[in-house]
Design a protein. Structure first.
Length: 215
């Protein structure tokens, strides 16, 4: 008698896993319909993009509009710059940096919350302004970013920074000035600023495009 070996029972392969997003979309479509599901997904995408942009603006990069001529000719009124908010979390402030900082409490004129100026002197240094030049610790400052024969005066400013009474920068503070020296309210008016008040370093001029340049 011939015996017959039973054929093995075929086993079915598990279905290919469905991506969770597709599963979620189908489930959402069952609840509110395909159109409603698409709308919800777009809302989530847009909300995520806005949230990411807000995080970048708050902690990494921010664009600033230049409202005055106080930094001319480096920055003209209406220019826009990008500010690196992480610059001084990983490095130190350097002379010549163009920084955005919170308006000092003593500076009550205007309603602009943040100002932009150039760092001229660091903590512990002394400033004397004479003969249309700025002297830091007795040495004339090389300011190639200024126009030729700039007018640098303290005739109408509260702080004179004279030979007999130099302006000394206290610890954790900075002396800042605008590049447009005859038309800039800066440390000659409100004194040194707190390092902690710095928002970030302006590093690139992005608008107008024909003046795109690093700062």
């Amino acid at each position: 008698m011939t015996s017959t070996t039973p054929s093995p029972t075929p086993t079915s392969e598990p279905p290919f896993p469905t991506p969770s997003s597709a599963t979620g979309h189908r489930g959402l479509a069952k609840l509110i319909g395909p159109t409603g599901a698409n709308i919800v997904e777009w809302i989530v995408v847009v909300a995520g993009a806005v949230g990411l942009a807000l995080v970048i603006k708050a902690f990494v990069l921010q664009a600033f509009f230049i409202p005055s001529l106080s930094m001319a000719p480096t920055l003209e009124q209406g220019d826009r710059v990008l500010v690196n908010k992480l610059a001084y979390r990983v490095g130190d402030v350097s002379r010549g940096d163009v920084v955005v900082f919170e308006r000092p409490p003593s500076e009550t004129a205007g309603n602009i919350p943040d100002l932009i100026k150039r760092v001229i002197a660091l903590p512990g240094e002394s400033i004397v302004i004479k003969d249309n030049k700025v002297f830091v610790d007795g040495e004339p400052l090389d300011e190639s970013y200024l126009p030729a024969n700039p007018l640098i005066s303290t005739a109408t400013t509260p702080l004179k920074c004279s030979d007999t009474d130099p302006c000394v920068v206290p610890p954790k503070k900075l002396w800042v000035m605008g590049d447009n020296r005859p038309d800039s309210k800066d440390s000659r008016f409100f004194g040194p600023i707190e390092e902690s008040s710095i928002v970030g370093r302006a590093f690139v001029l992005v608008w107008p495009l024909n003046r795109l340049s690093m700062l």
